[in-house]
Ligand binder design. Sequence first.
Ligand code: UDP
Length: 339
Amino acid sequence: MAKILVTGGTGYIGSHTVVELLQNGNEVIIVDNLSNSNVQVLEGIYKITGINPAFENVDCTDYVQMERVLNKYPNIDAVIHFAASKAVAESVEKPLMYYRNNLLSLINLLELMLNYKIPNIVFSSSCTVYGQPDKLPVDEKAPIKKAESPYGNTKQIAEEIITDLAAANKQLKAVVLRYFNPIGAHPSAHIGEIPNGIPNNLMPYIAQTAAGKRTELKIYGNDYNTPDGTCIRDYIDVVDLAKAHLAALTHLLNNKQEKQVEVFNVGTGRGLSVLEMLTTFQEVNKLKVPHKIVARRKGDIEQVWADPTHANNTLQWKALTPLTETLKNAWKWEQNQKK
Ligand code: UDP
């Protein structure tokens, strides 16, 4: 059992990870400013686990408040750092907000980890760092491409900050997880994704259209150089993704790590097109989702999917949930939401 500080622990991926941590006997302290989540998530976590983790409504960019949290909860073994702003388009509109939120919170956290002798961090990065890879599936050795958005840039810079700090501080150990596209919800439907306003991402948009909250799904382009002309992504079940954090933590806490900073792709290894996702969602949930093809969305990558071999072999982690289950869970969660 370990004592884990989870920033952004009421968010989409954070909440699912908190559940896995608690179910595996860890003590969890959540720090979240509820900027893109709400306190009901804590009820969902309780319904699944029967445990109320410690919760601090604190913004990670506030150093003084973060210090107060670390004084209140001594002897933390590791930090899992989810807290960040994540809307690509918003980051183009408000770059300073993104640099401040995503980088200042990381810098504060790392500084406090040094001061409070917390040696381990799991950091949420993204496959966006690869841009359009030259080779598919993409592995961790692929070059980092120039970021397409301030959001993507914060992830690249954050990885560099962690690497630089580890070089200067031999006691610091980090696992960087590059997520592909997380989708779905907990099978209990007590927690899931709560999109802020109109969803940008495909899965919540499909689910909300199926529920009648949106009139139709717009498919952004069918003239890409892919088998059916629509973009291809690696969609990873959110519970599988949560379990990758547990595997990363075990790896760190058992001192299995050869390098101070290790980077892992977290994906299924399977690329699916927008049309394949839509068709499968309709089939497994036995419903129709109104849709139309529209022009390409600016900044979209044509195709990307993961080579997850490094995580499979080194973390003994693998994405296991069948797509059909994931899509059923996504729909079950959507139906559980208040209109
Ligand atoms: N997409 C779409 N309609 C939507 C939302 C997304 O056709 O309403 C497409 C988008 O163009 C991309 C894929 O779905 O090809 C995944 O998009 P998402 O925003 O979920 O993830 P990302 O682009 O960040 O990988």
